[in-house]
Ligand binder design. Structure first.
Ligand SMILES: [Zn+2]
Length: 330
């Protein structure tokens, strides 16, 4: 074995110190830079990421992620990020182009990965709404992506999967695993926070089931603006009749509106609801013409601003359930 002269040994020791200092700095290099596409998902990332993540959310409170125009600032934020969280299910149709333009080179995590996608019922505004739980064939045939019927922003699957808390659990798990993969040194912290958060989601889920089970089935029907509550309806046994189509830019015709009004009267739908992301005009007209009561605002695709009732995913869900239950109670 060759002996190392003392001077050289000292140098090596210093180099070793420097190396460990650099590694240490990388470790404590501050939070992981992440971007979330919209506010509800951003809140889940915040819960799971905590202080270990520095998060930018692209479509903020009360924003409509169906119809979003990315800004040059968004591209800049994305180019600096190591992870991008998206809903998937073709919700953020504007995002692939933004990601490409920004030169984003990090990992993309699809939060809805693993949920059972709900197919859009395929009926445009005003056509018959399926009774919950029945899966009979329609004699009309709107299911096949006619680009003029308001489906052009979506694929066949309904993107609003977060409206079932059981899917929220899947989102939280995917977020934790996505963060752990991008930042293995802090994987345990991400998984631990996700576990605690998932317990809260599951507790709320059980309480929501109880709330709606206590309301007579024939009263569990409401009109909303756009078709955002299909997963909610399937999970908790409420029939949602969307006044507009599946996207927020589909204006129903006068005939379609008349059809909804007829349906609300015939089925004695107790209440109509406006949403935080879409115009209240249409549902207000339906309320006026049918005598259905107008419930509060539901948070469909975006959180509220801080200080308002739906500032987090859990708060938004609790709020929606409270508004719906109050209006549907006999
Ligand atoms: Zn939507």
């Amino acid at each position: 074995m060759r002996s190392i002269p003392p001077r050289r040994r000292a140098l090596l020791a210093v180099a070793g110190l420097c190396l460990s200092a650099v590694l240490g700095a990388a470790h404590a290099a501050g939070p992981l830079k992440a971007v979330a596409s919209f506010s509800i998902l951003g809140d889940i990332v915040r819960e799971v990421g905590g202080d270990d993540v520095s998060l930018t959310t692209l479509v903020g409170p009360d924003g409509d992620a169906h119809e979003y125009e990315p800004t040059p600032g968004d591209a800049k934020k994305l180019s600096a990020a190591r992870v991008l969280f998206v809903n998937g299910l073709e919700f953020e149709t504007w995002l692939p182009r933004l990601a490409k333009a920004s030169g984003f080179a990090g990992q993309t995590v699809v939060a809805s990965q693993g949920v059972t996608p709900r197919k859009f019922a395929g009926h445009g505004a005003g056509s018959e709404h399926d009774e919950h739980g029945h899966d009979h064939d329609h004699d009309h045939d709107h299911d096949h992506g006619d680009p003029k019927d308001g489906h052009h922003h979506h694929g066949d699957a309904d993107p609003h999967a977060w409206q079932n808390l059981a899917n929220g659990v899947i989102y939280a798990r995917n977020v934790a695993e996505g963060l752990a993969a991008a930042d293995p040194a802090r994987a345990d912290a991400y998984r631990l926070r996700a576990k605690a958060y998932i317990a809260r989601l599951e507790t709320l889920d059980a309480s929501v089931r109880k709330t709606f089970a206590a309301i007579p089935a024939e009263r569990r029907k409401v009109v909303t603006s756009h078709d955002a509550f299909g997963y909610f309806g399937d999970a908790y046994g409420v029939t949602f009749i969307p006044a507009m189509g599946v996207s927020t830019d589909a204006e129903p015709s006068a005939g379609e509106v008349a059809g909804i009004i007829e349906q609300v009267r015939r089925e004695r739908v107790p209440a109509v609801f406006v949403e935080n992301i879409s115009s209240p005009r249409l549902v207000q007209q339906i309320a006026r013409e049918t005598g259905a009561k107008t419930g509060g605002t539901l948070y469909s695709d975006a959180l509220s601003k801080p200080g308002q009732p739906g500032a987090t995913y859990l708060e938004m869900f609790e709020w929606n359930v409270r508004q719906l239950a109050a209006a549907l109670q006999p």
